[in-house]
Design a protein around this ligand. Structure first.
Ligand SMILES: Cc1cc2nc3c(=O)[nH]c(=O)nc-3n(C[C@H](O)[C@H](O)[C@H](O)COP(=O)(O)OP(=O)(O)OC[C@H]3O[C@@H](n4cnc5c(N)ncnc54)[C@H](O)[C@@H]3O)c2cc1C
Length: 395
């Protein structure tokens, strides 16, 4: 690991200045307040502005094809997080767009990709079902093909289709051979969400996020919306899951791509700074909490753990970030005392509710995009070469 400081070139310094000014103008207090109220993690005005300024295209495009350089990408990822930009869902749109580019027909690519890069078209992921998400191959949402092969009828339900209500298409995993072998009976479609028979219902999670349950009742889907082969969805899924899990995110130039969920870690770092400031300030009796050795120890340990998590790339970083958030959020709450339980913008809230929010955010951060347990198994099997876990009791 190389911890040396990177000197920014004049060009990179200019890029940083422009980006900061842009985000400062777009991500206003009003945008942040609205995002907190709605839990959408999305703001159409900001998203379209990012598209119009070319940032979405530069982020999605590989460096060799004119996208961000490795240093620009690092600046971009850090600044977008620091500005509290409501845009977690760009990751999903960018991921699905990658698979459209790779597996969809030319006609569908042309229909979708320019709008993705301009910000007008958003894409969401429809894998998880009400009965389970980790084992996506147990998919029960059925797609039945017409006799002439030109269209399909879809029936089923998908849980946690985040940002569906702001998206034009869903990347939908269906079962096209219910009696067939697992992993060889799945087909993916890019389904227009305006199609008759689709109903989107909002759900709020414990951290205030808005996600959705989406019902599909006799939804007619043209065969040209199919992504990949019939019953070949697992091949597409494997590539998609690997990218979502950060396996494919390594760049050259000595700078590894930051782990997914780095934005959540940056919010945690801000909260920890706010908690440390409260602990260092004298109370009405002139006493400083930090003078209590256990407080100093817990804050110091939290800062060190967070720094280590932020410096860990790929899927290891994904696990380190979520696990660290879950472990240090209770420490932050304890250091602040009872007033830590009050949320942001509430009178009397300690550190303006920063720790309270991170406490609620830490749980879901270890679930969406794959749970911590599932990631740990992937690291064990794919990186350490360990065998598949056996969950049955020993004989
Ligand atoms: C806020 C939020 C947003 C989301 N957004 C989307 C989205 O946009 N699109 C989408 O398709 N999904 C989305 N998800 C779903 C997410 O991917 C799933 O919640 C996740 O994959 C876990 O599935 P599950 O909740 O059904 O839990 P289950 O799979 O039922 O797991 C339950 C428990 O069993 C454990 N477990 C399961 N399998 C194993 C195993 N093999 N080994 C060890 N432990 C295991 C899990 O770790 C967990 O603790 C979202 C979820 C949340 C909370």
């Amino acid at each position: 690991m190389d911890f040396s400081r990177l000197e920014l070139s004049e060009q990179d310094q200019a890029f940083l200045g422009e980006l900061r000014a842009f985000l400062g103008a777009q991500v206003t207090d009003e945008v942040i307040r609205r995002d907190r109220e709605t839990g959408e993690n999305f703001d159409e005005g900001v998203h379209l502005a990012l598209g119009a300024a070319g940032y979405l295209a530069a982020d999605w495009t590989a460096e060799a094809d004119g996208g961000f350089t490795a240093v620009q990408r690092r600046i971009w990822e850090l600044e977008i997080g620091r500005a509290h930009t409501p845009w977690f869902h760009w990751g999903t749109t960018a991921l699905v767009a990658t698979f459209v580019a790779r597996f969809a027909s030319e006609e569908l690519r042309e229909e979708v990709l320019p709008g993705v890069l301009s910000g007008e078209i958003r894409l969401c992921l429809g894998y998880t079902e009400p009965e389970g998400g980790s084992d996506v191959a147990t998919c029960k949402t059925k797609a039945v093909r017409d006799d002439d092969g030109s269209a399909w009828t879809v029936n089923g339900a998908k849980m946690f289709t985040s940002n569906a209500h702001n998206s034009r298409y869903v990347f939908l995993l269906t079962n096209t051979d219910p009696g067939g072998p697992k992993h060889r009976n799945l087909t993916l479609f890019l389904v227009p969400l305006a199609t008759a028979g689709i109903e989107i219902q909002g759900i709020r999670t414990v951290d205030g996020d808005r996600t959705n349950i989406v019902y599909y009742s006799d939804v007619r889907v043209d065969d040209r919306c199919r992504i990949g082969e019939v019953n070949g969805g697992w091949t597409v899924m494997r590539a998609a899951l690997q990218a979502e899990h950060g396996v494919a995110e390594v760049d050259s130039a000595g700078l590894q791509r930051l782990a997914t969920m780095t934005e959540q870690a940056l919010l945690t770092a801000e909260a920890l700074d706010a908690v440390a400031a409260v602990a260092a300030a004298p109370d009405a009796g002139g006493r400083r909490r930090i003078e209590d050795a256990s407080v100093a120890y817990r804050l110091g340990r939290s800062a060190a753990r967070l720094e280590a998590a932020l410096s860990t790339p790929g899927m290891f970083g994904r696990v380190a970030i979520a696990a660290t958030m879950r472990e240090i959020a209770p420490d932050m709450m304890d250091v602040l005392g009872a007033a830590a339980a009050l949320p942001v913008e509430t009178e009397g809230a300690a550190a303006d509710g920063a720790a309270e929010y991170v406490f609620r955010l830490a749980g879901p951060t270890g679930i969406y995009g794959g749970t911590l347990e599932v990631f740990r198994n992937m690291i064990a099997q794919q990186v350490l070469g360990l065998p598949r876990p056996v969950y049955s009791p020993p004989r």
